[in-house]
Design a protein around this ligand. Structure first.
Ligand code: GDP
Ligand code: MG
Length: 441
């Protein structure tokens, strides 16, 4: 008896060690991704500590997919970190609200003010813009141009140098005109400096905004916390908008901004144009932080357009990441058979845009058929190899002859294959959620 107990203990110990190792490895990997995404070091460390407390080793020991369990825990933890626990003030249509935008110069305030106004205007609001930036030359012109384009009333001055005065006059005027969303754009500085915060304090005191929105450039990286805190210390920041999410930055600074201001992110800016503005979607945002791409959108599409019986197989292949010519062949078959599967791939950057440009579906189909004829002349070894070097010149000549094409055509097909393989390789190791599990991810 004693022997079996100690053996069991021994086994349990081993299991725990292995699970801890998996956990540590997995967390290290995730940590790297988060630091690269500009999440502040301290926040990453807090997250790690919490995860170690939360992750249940029994689950890990019995769970089939340990990495999946850990990833899910991290995912949920990051979502929680983006939730300050109380919603921001939400303006009501038909009731006057004053919303003041603050942030450093170049963060995207003026652009975002217009986007915010435009967004509400489309939903039937009566917004108006006030330019209280008297610091930067051309600030009023910029706002005027934006506002005119969007047909939104605006107020500002070329001569008045007192931002408080303009702000008050503008707000008064638009209150009289029964605008329900009066948006005050303010000036910024390149650096956080006392004069700026004093100015913000004064404008805020004079206009009594219902909501102050801190605008943050997604690429400011580790500076986000100090910047957001500095604003919060002078004025009652109540919400955050992260701009330039269309760029390379993943926007990890948003976690800092939320932590420093105790306010939620409410929108993100995704381009220079007026309509490149989206509601903040915490799951999408966290997926992106973790380098998962728009994973949930992609999964939704798969479930929508791929026949049920083919889903597990396709997903499995996606996760293995060994993109062979045979997989390409099968996907081409799918594309030709059902058309809409191209929608799935359009969720992956670079996939269908190049393979099936819009408006040229016929040509694309002909191209795909040509590729498939060439692949029909391939051996099983060639089709099942994920090694691009296997395709040497003599093989290409044989395939060209066998399929009645030129070597140039075969080479073009191989280019396409390599391009797709590169994209698919990014999916390698991703843990594939099942339908219904999506809420957890
Ligand atoms: P402000 O100084 O804070 O008022 O910033 P601006 O609104 O003038 O924006 C600074 C620059 O960032 C401008 O060139 C904008 O076009 C650009 N910008 C603002 N938001 C976005 C965005 O979401 N994406 C991209 N790509 N550019 C943006
Ligand atoms: Mg501006």
């Amino acid at each position: 008896l004693g022997g079996s107990i100690s053996r069991a203990l021994q086994q349990m110990n081993n299991a725990t060690i292995i699970d801890e190792k998996v956990l540590t490895e997995c967390l290290n990997e995730i940590t790297r991704a988060l630091l690269q995404a500009d999440v502040e070091f301290k926040l990453v460390r807090d997250m790690q500590t919490n995860i170690k407390k939360i992750v249940n080793f029994d689950d890990l020991a019995t769970g089939h997919n340990k990495r999946r369990i850990i990833q899910e825990a991290v995912f949920n933890e990051l979502c929680k970190m983006l939730d300050p626990g109380k919603p921001s003030f939400i303006p009501k249509k038909g009731k006057t609200s004053v919303v003041m935008f603050v942030g450093l110069q170049g963060s995207g305030k003026t652009t975002t003010c217009t986007k915010y106004a435009f967004y509400h205007q489309k939903k039937g609001w009566k917004p108006a813009l006030v330019c209280a930036d008297t610091f930067r030359a051309g600030a009023f012109d910029q706002l005027k141009q934006n506002a005119t384009k969007a047909k939104i009333p605006f107020y500002g001055s070329y001569t008045e140098s007192d931002p408080v005065r303009i702000a008050v006059e503008g707000v008064e005027r638009f209150k009289k005109e029964n605008c329900d969303l009066i948006i005050v754009d303010t000036s910024g500085r390149h650096k956080q400096e006392a004069a700026l915060f004093e100015e913000m304090r004064q404008v805020s005191e004079a206009t009594k905004p219902d909501l102050v929105i801190f605008v943050m450039d997604s690429s400011i990286g580790q500076a986000a916390f100090d910047q957001a805190r500095a604003f919060k210390q002078s004025i009652a920041v109540g919400a955050v908008i992260v701009t330039k999410m269309d760029g390379h930055a993943k926007g990890g600074g948003a976690l800092s901004a939320v932590a420093a201001t105790k306010s939620p992110v409410i929108f993100i800016g995704t381009g220079e144009h007026m309509d490149e503005f989206e509601d903040f979607d915490v799951k999408r945002f966290v997926s992106r932080l973790l380098g998962m791409g728009d994973w949930s959108g992609f999964m939704d599409k798969i479930h929508e357009v791929v026949p049920m019986d083919q889903q597990p197989e396709l997903l499995q292949k996606l996760s293995e990441g060994n993109f062979t010519l045979r997989i390409m062949y099968e996907q081409f078959q799918n594309i030709l058979k059902m058309g809409p599967i191209s929608q799935v791939f359009s969720m992956l950057p670079g996939f269908s845009a190049e393979l099936m440009p819009k408006g040229r579906e016929k040509e694309s189909q002909a191209k795909i058929k040509r590729y498939m004829t060439m692949m029909d002349s391939m051996t099983n070894e060639e089709l099942d190899s994920a090694n691009p070097k296997l395709m040497n010149e003599s093989r290409m000549i044989r395939i060209a002859r066998g399929s009645g094409h030129k070597i140039k055509d075969v080479s073009e097909m191989m280019d396409e294959y390599r391009r797709l393989a590169k994209i698919w390789s990014k999916m390698k190791g991703l843990k594939i959620p099942k339908k219904g599990d999506m809420s957890a991810l």
